[in-house]
Ligand binder design. Structure first.
Ligand SMILES: Cc1cc2nc3c(=O)[nH]c(=O)nc-3n(C[C@H](O)[C@H](O)[C@H](O)COP(=O)(O)O)c2cc1C
Ligand SMILES: [Mn+2]
Length: 474
């Protein structure tokens, strides 16, 4: 693939003209506000902040941006295709992905500076307050949190938000059901502390892998190696032995103790709200800090959901592969919108009940299960990544009284603004419900050709008239 680490990735994004450089913005509010302003552009550029007031020049912050170019670069896809083709390509690539374990090196740039014990000082780095009402600075947004399963031995990596509390204490929020949370609880149930390593700047592919809904037991490092076509290079953390990217910009190691919490949040989250407020959440006591010379903190702060993002494409590819893996035929495409909330699947209807089967399964397999809300199933003439077409199907092929079904008490999260506050204060038992909307032409009408004919030009007429009069329309 075309780049080695975060620095080379940023250079490639710069070549596309999609890197903005901003000097002199303060981390207390200006940096976050600039990121929000940048969301008003058609494609979100990457931004490199330097000369941050109060910090040494060269101590930088980069945000990832979201554009078809950056998604293609990060995932190693062909340039210039539309969202559905991109989704198809990544789904093909993921289908039989080869796991490639990370390669352990003795040394790496991340070890250029190592601080332990009393020398640990997280105030060394500029850390933004990303959104106006955030409860504090969040050092972890595009991060990778590394935890080893205490029983099964494999290493999970997840992107979870990390708040800087003080010079050697971090707070980390992990939603119920996430792998890192299950593993953390396993240590605590044995009365042990949970060793954690976190990288705060690395190849953006690791953010994609660490935030993808991979199945339990599949190590994100091995998956990312498979996507990259070669092993991810790691070093063993000097305190925990956990694998840390050898070219990480900034990394920490620490321990999280049972029953030790601090107030965490609020934080502007993926749904576009400061959901879940301020609550007692676990902390990490930081034992070591490592960083490259002139480190770059990688930020990926949540914003109001954007269409066509790399995470949306990955999620759609995951649902698509999942539906095929369980053996459902004739899945034609998948589109995901508004992060986890909306999943659209297009199918070639083959039998009565096909569309309902697809809807129910898509709402419960990896990629579709966590915090879903709406699953819409459409016919194969509808591009599931094109909301106009999806709306047309929903408006014209649905009988709401017959086409909508509900699933109750599904996998939710306190980060969902619709989650029930009563349940949150009662513990991590957060449920939500799902609507399965069947927006396919009813099978009995379609199969007997009784449904109205869509007003679509035949290919023959289109080609003939385009050849003759197309130029006049240019
Ligand atoms: C920028 C970003 C921030 C995220 N923050 C959190 C978070 O604070 N807590 C959480 O549980 N999931 C968060 N996620 C979602 C998880 O990364 C995602 O669900 C992932 O699949 C978790 O990995 P796991 O299944 O190995 O636990 C975030 C994702 C992204 C892209
Ligand atoms: Mn995982």
């Amino acid at each position: 693939m075309g780049y080695k680490d975060l620095r080379e990735w940023l250079a490639r994004i710069d070549d596309f003209g999609e890197l903005k450089r901003i000097d002199g913005a303060d981390p207390g509010g200006e940096i976050g506000a600039i990121c929000d302003l940048a969301c008003e552009k058609e494609h979100l550029p990457a931004i490199l902040f330097d000369r941050i007031p109060g910090f040494r020049p060269g101590y930088r912050i980069a945000t990832m941006g979201e554009s078809p170019h950056s998604t293609a670069l990060t995932l190693g896809l062909a340039e210039g295709t539309d969202v559905l083709n991109m989704t198809r390509e990544i789904r093909d690539k993921m289908r039989d992905i080869q796991r490639i374990p990370p390669e352990v090196l003795d040394n790496g740039p991340v070890l250029e500076n190592v601080h332990t014990g009393d020398d640990v000082d997280l105030f060394e780095f500029p850390v933004p307050k990303w959104h106006e009402l955030d409860g504090g600075p969040y050092i972890g947004t595009g991060d990778m949190v590394v935890i080893r399963d205490p029983d099964e031995g494999w290493v999970n990596v997840g992107t979870y938000r990390v708040q800087r509390h003080d010079r050697n204490t971090l707070g980390f929020y992990i939603s119920p059901g996430k792998h890192g949370r299950i593993q953390r609880e396993k240590y605590w149930a044995k009365g042990e502390s949970c060793p954690v390593a976190i990288s705060f700047g690395h190849d953006p592919l690791m953010v994609v892998a660490a935030s993808a809904a991979l199945p339990w037991g599949l190590p994100e490092y091995e998956y990312a190696g498979g996507v990259k076509g070669g092993p991810i290079e790691v070093i063993k953390g000097p305190v925990t032995g956990l694998p840390i990217p050898a070219d990480a910009e900034i990394a920490i190691e620490g321990e999280s103790y049972p029953d030790e919490t601090r107030l965490e949040g609020p934080f502007g989250e993926f749904a576009g709200y400061y959901a879940s407020g301020e609550r007692q959440e676990p902390v990490i006591r930081v034992k070591s800090v490592m960083h490259r010379n002139d480190p770059i903190l990688l930020g990926h702060p949540p914003k109001k959901p954007l269409p066509g993002s790399s995470s949306g494409v990955m999620r759609a590819a995951t649902v698509w592969n999942g539906l095929e893996r369980v053996g459902i035929p004739d899945i034609v495409g998948v589109g995901c919108f508004v992060t986890y909330f909306f999943t659209v699947v297009s199918i070639r209807q083959r039998y009565p009940g096909h569309s309902k089967q697809v809807g129910a399964v898509a709402g419960q397999i990896p990629g579709g299960a966590y915090c879903g809300r709406w699953v819409i199933v459409v016919d194969d003439d509808i591009d599931p990544t094109n909301l106009n077409e999806v709306m047309w199907a929903l408006a014209t092929r649905c009988d709401p009284a017959l086409s909508v079904d509900f699933l109750h008490r599904c996998w939710g999260t306190p980060l969902d603004p619709m989650s029930n506050p009563g349940l949150i204060s009662g513990g991590p038992n957060v449920f939500n419900s799902r609507a399965i909307l069947d927006a396919c032409v009813p099978y009995e009408l379609k199969s007997r050709k009784l449904f109205a004919i869509p007003m679509e030009m035949s290919e023959e007429l289109r080609a003939r008239v385009k050849a003759k009069f197309g130029a006049a329309l240019e």
